[in-house]
Design a protein around this ligand. Structure first.
Ligand code: HEM
Ligand SMILES: *[C@@H]1O[C@H](CO)[C@@H](O)[C@H](O)[C@H]1NC(C)=O
Length: 413
């Protein structure tokens, strides 16, 4: 036998020595371990083992096979009120409570030794064997897959304390999607791997141990395209297009340039709002978060802004000066623009966006704010905004005509 082969065998032996473990980020100590006996992997079916471990501050914790809620094979667990855990096999549905799977293809789950609430009451552990998890109604998973799709979800709260496998649960506080290289999770004997040896080597470590654990977190890369479109359109509208349109007013001094620009932006905003509503509706999230509620309010309030602009314009044509309606238009716009930018930040947070994106967004919004502020100041020095400083009454009554023509446009920025 060549040395390379020995090394390869030794490496393979090491890699297949223990279950793969994963503690999703920000899950507060929820950890999952998965183990596939070599015999099951070779046969393509048979027992697989997994462990769900979490602080008892969680009301329920679930693990599942599949890439999203809908169509997945879910293994739900919660305290039984007697110091042990209840196991409940459920079929995933799109954003509604998964109900107990009572069909003949339901996951056959067995609670194993080592399960229960710890002596000090702080953690709960479910060591589980599943004898038919290679397929379920609506999906399948090769026990040799190097990229098997799994999901997890958790909800904190008081113990459900029930042995009822059909117990009602409410929506998770968090969820995770991850890929498992099952060839790195193999165990040599078809028996509970979580009591013998040092079971679940990364208990409560707060994160998975990277690529060598065979588990990759894929949660953030699973955004729907409608959601992405909503994000891009709304961030552009609030952080760039509206401020630019406002800047155009003092800078170009032509009311119709400003009006046309903001009208196009206004239409884009409603399109972006539609995309957002569609996302929220499909995820059962309408009016459940600050972002969705606040966003709806802001967009609705902005609904009257074009009419305020028109009213101001008519007022200006008649009186050649600003009136109450002018200031309402100006400040209504400014305040809602700022609130819109803030709500965009809440949206990025809700979508658990990368920090880099949040920072980029904040920088762009801040730069746009500065551009707008500078444009206002420049306009004053260029004399285009003189009316504001000299006073409308005086300019209109006694002062000579300002440097630009009313017929061309007027300023109200
Ligand atoms: C009452 C029960 C449940 C309700 C009402 C519910 C509702 C929802 C909603 C509204 C979302 C979308 C929110 C978002 O994107 O952040 C979601 C996503 C998700 N849920 Fe649930 N859920 C429930 C139970 C479960 C269970 C038991 C699991 C088991 C693992 C689970 C796994 C997931 C996963 C992985 C996602 C993200 C992937 C996807 O979009 O499907 N959920 N759920
Ligand atoms: C929980 O139930 C399993 C399976 O019946 C058993 O092996 C285990 O010892 C139980 N744990 C406790 C703490 O009673």
């Amino acid at each position: 036998m060549k040395i390379a082969q020995v090394v390869a065998l030794f490496g393979a032996g090491l890699a297949s020595a223990s279950p793969a473990s994963f503690c999703p980020a920000d899950a507060g100590g929820v950890c999952y371990s998965i183990a596939i006996p070599t015999s099951s992997a070779n046969a393509g079916s048979g027992n697989i083992y997994f462990q769900i471990k979490a602080p008892t501050s969680f009301q329920w914790v679930a693990l599942g096979t599949g890439s999203a809620m809908a169509g997945s094979n879910i293994f739900l667990t919660y305290q039984d009120g007697r110091g042990n855990l209840t196991l409940s096999p459920r079929l995933g549905t799109q954003y509604t409570m998964p109900t107990l799977d009572t069909s003949s293809t339901a996951a056959r789950l067995t609670l194993l030794a080592g399960s229960g609430v710890s002596a000090d009451g702080s953690t709960m552990t479910a060591n589980v064997a599943c004898s038919n998890c290679q397929s379920w109604s609506g999906g399948q998973m090769s026990l040799k897959s190097t990229s098997a799709k799994w999901i997890g979800a958790w909800k904190s709260g008081p113990s459900l304390a029930t042995t009822d496998r059909a117990a009602s649960i409410t929506q998770h506080d968090g969820h995770s999607q991850f890929q498992v290289d099952l060839t790195k999770a193999t165990i040599s004997s078809d028996s509970n791997p979580f009591t013998t040896t040092n079971a679940g080597s990364s208990t409560g470590s707060g994160s998975n141990s990277g690529s060598n654990s065979g588990i990759t977190d894929t949660s953030s890369s699973d955004k729907g395209s409608v959601l992405v479109a909503h994000g891009i359109v709304m961030l552009l509208v609030m952080a760039a297009l509206y401020p630019l349109g406002s800047t155009l007013m003092p800078l170009a001094g032509k009311w119709w340039v400003h009006g046309a620009w903001q009208t196009v932006t206004f239409c884009l905003m409603w399109a972006g709002f539609g995309l957002g509503v569609e996302t929220a509706r499909s995820r059962n999230m309408l009016f459940k978060q600050t972002h969705t509620t606040f966003g709806t309010v802001i967009v609705s309030l902005l609904g009257i802004q074009p009419f305020l602009g028109l009213l101001h314009h008519r007022h200006f044509l008649k009186t050649k000066s600003r009136g109450v309606v002018s200031y309402v238009h100006i400040w209504w716009g400014r305040i809602l623009m700022v609130l819109g930018v803030i709500n965009g930040g809440l949206g990025l947070q809700l979508a658990s966006e990368r920090n880099g994106l949040v920072i980029a967004y904040s920088v762009i919004a801040a730069v746009m704010f500065l551009v707008y502020a500078c444009a206002k100041v420049c306009a004053v020095f260029l004399g285009k905004d003189r009316a504001k400083w000299v006073g409308n009454k005086e300019t209109n009554a006694t002062a000579p005509r300002r440097p630009y023509q009313e017929s061309r446009g007027h300023t109200y920025a």
